[in-house]
Design a protein around this ligand. Structure first.
Ligand code: EPZ
Length: 426
């Protein structure tokens, strides 16, 4: 019986990272932008697409829906064309990638109906999609929850109509799902309390290239005037701000110097401010950012996560590693997800002094961490364990790194480019 081997990372820590890394396209922009190709049968060419497990899953979903996809990971390009021939996004795919929920809006807008499996929760929280459903109802969709599926139909002429949607909470994929649906709805849709994330702006930019009429993306009020049809386009995915922040923090935690190229410094203001507060020397030069922590002590920084432009929840686990090694006491408060502290127990196994109190972690800095066997639980937690392993003395084994493969392109080679000692073992 073939034993299914789960990959691990073996990391020899204690070496200061020193080098330059090319930042890839953003996972959280690539996924909605891939799915917006459902809204047209014409050719959509996407560039700077990161070579990630989630991207491959998304392509699988699009092919299941009938799209023709030509994926060239070696040059980060995907060509999509043809009309969808199905409106069902199956549980098998949705359970592995929650972002599949963003097929719902485009499918019901383009075909008049959609059956998308309810995404389960995940390690970091229940991850409800009630705001996606509420918004589609306000655009005239009839929605039933049946057999674990969301079954949506655009009643009447089989076309959604504009609506005035007030989001009860700021939701990134909720905003994206509804913005996509509204591009083909009849009339004007207004989304109030919309998410401001750069990935929302990138999606709107791609949709407008396809002939959509979207104004206000990146502000809390997005106005979409529906059109009859969308055309093809060519679009390059925006740089990944979370990948950028992850490598900058890896450089700081190891008291090295790391430069990230092809990134978007303007999308990282809150993070860069905190890294400067942590006593890192941060310099920005066009699309490059350098973090220099050579011979510098890590200062403790208090962090509270918030929707963009606040401190990103996707950087919470990573900056906690800095606080674990800082010269003093600090706090990290998670306000977006209810269970995003799975990395804490693992970091404590490496000698950190971190204590969870409700949705806050109290961090008492220690002089160094010790290598240990640790377990990944979700994408960003796994990133924090790799950073801790690079900073720790001795060997760290990070298990279940399939979590990290979902969101970080060519991790080992990028870390080795920076001088880190990491290898994938089974
Ligand atoms: C997106 O998730 C990102 N994923 C997440 O990145 C990111 O952490 C999150 O936004 C917050 O920035 C993608 O873009 C693919 P939300 P999303 O809807 O859209 C509640 C990563 O590591 N909510 O903005 O699912 C929800 O429970 C991933 O790359 C509802 O109550 O997050 C949460 O508390 C992890 N009802 C808050 O809103 C809804 O219908 C924000 O969630 C939707 C959300």
């Amino acid at each position: 019986m073939t034993s299914f081997k789960i990959a691990k990372f073996q990391i020899e820590g204690g070496k200061a990272l020193d080098g330059e890394v090319q930042i890839s396209g953003a996972k959280n922009a690539a996924l909605p932008i891939l799915l917006c190709s459902i809204l047209t049968s014409e050719k959509v060419v996407l560039k700077n697409v990161p070579d990630l497990a989630d991207v491959k899953t998304c392509i699988q979903l699009l092919e299941d829906l009938g799209k023709k996809c030509l994926y060239e990971p070696q040059n980060g390009q995907i060509t999509l064309e043809g009309a969808v021939t199905s409106f069902v996004a199956s549980y098998e795919l949705v359970k592995t990638m929650r972002a599949s929920i963003m097929a719902l809006g485009p499918l019901v807008a383009y075909t008049g109906k959609a059956e998308v499996s309810l995404p389960g929760g995940c390690a970091i929280g229940a991850r409800p999609v009630d705001l996606h459903i509420k918004g589609l109802k306000e655009m005239g969709a009839q929605i039933r929850l049946e057999d674990g599926y969301i079954k949506a139909t655009a009643v009447g002429l089989g076309r959604l109509h504009g609506g005035h949607i007030i989001m009860d909470k700021v939701s990134v994929t909720g905003t994206e799902n509804l913005m996509m649906a509204a591009t083909l709805a009849e009339g004007e849709t207004v989304i109030e309390n919309a998410a401001l994330e750069p990935e929302v702006i990138d999606l709107a930019s791609c949709l407008n290239k396809m002939g959509a009429k979207i104004e206000g993306a990146g502000t809390s009020r997005v106005v979409i005037n529906g059109v009859e049809k969308l055309n093809g386009c060519t679009h390059a995915i925006v740089a990944d701000r979370i990948e950028t922040g992850t490598y900058l923090i890896a450089g700081i935690a190891t008291h090295g110097i790391v430069t990230c190229h092809n990134t978007m410094p303007s999308t990282l203001d809150a993070l860069l401010q905190k890294l400067r507060d942590a006593n890192a020397l941060i310099t920005v030069d066009g699309t490059s950012i350098t973090a220099d922590m050579r011979n510098r002590q890590i200062h403790p920084v208090d962090v509270v996560t918030a929707p963009h432009p606040g401190f990103p929840t996707d950087m919470q686990a990573q900056i906690t590693v800095l606080n674990a090694l800082a010269s003093g006491v600090s706090s990290v408060t998670e306000t977006i997800f209810e269970n995003r502290f799975m990395h804490i127990a693992e970091l404590n196994r490496m000698g950190a002094h971190l204590e969870i109190r409700g949705n806050t972690v109290i961090c008492e800095g220690v002089a160094s961490l010790k290598g240990a066997q640790v377990m990944s639980s979700d994408l960003r937690a796994s990133a924090s364990l790799v950073i801790a392993g690079l900073a720790a003395e001795g060997i760290t084994i990070v298990d279940r790194i399939y979590h990290m493969d979902r969101g970080y392109e060519h991790i080992e080679s990028k870390i080795r480019m920076l001088g880190g000692d990491i290898k994938r073992i089974y």
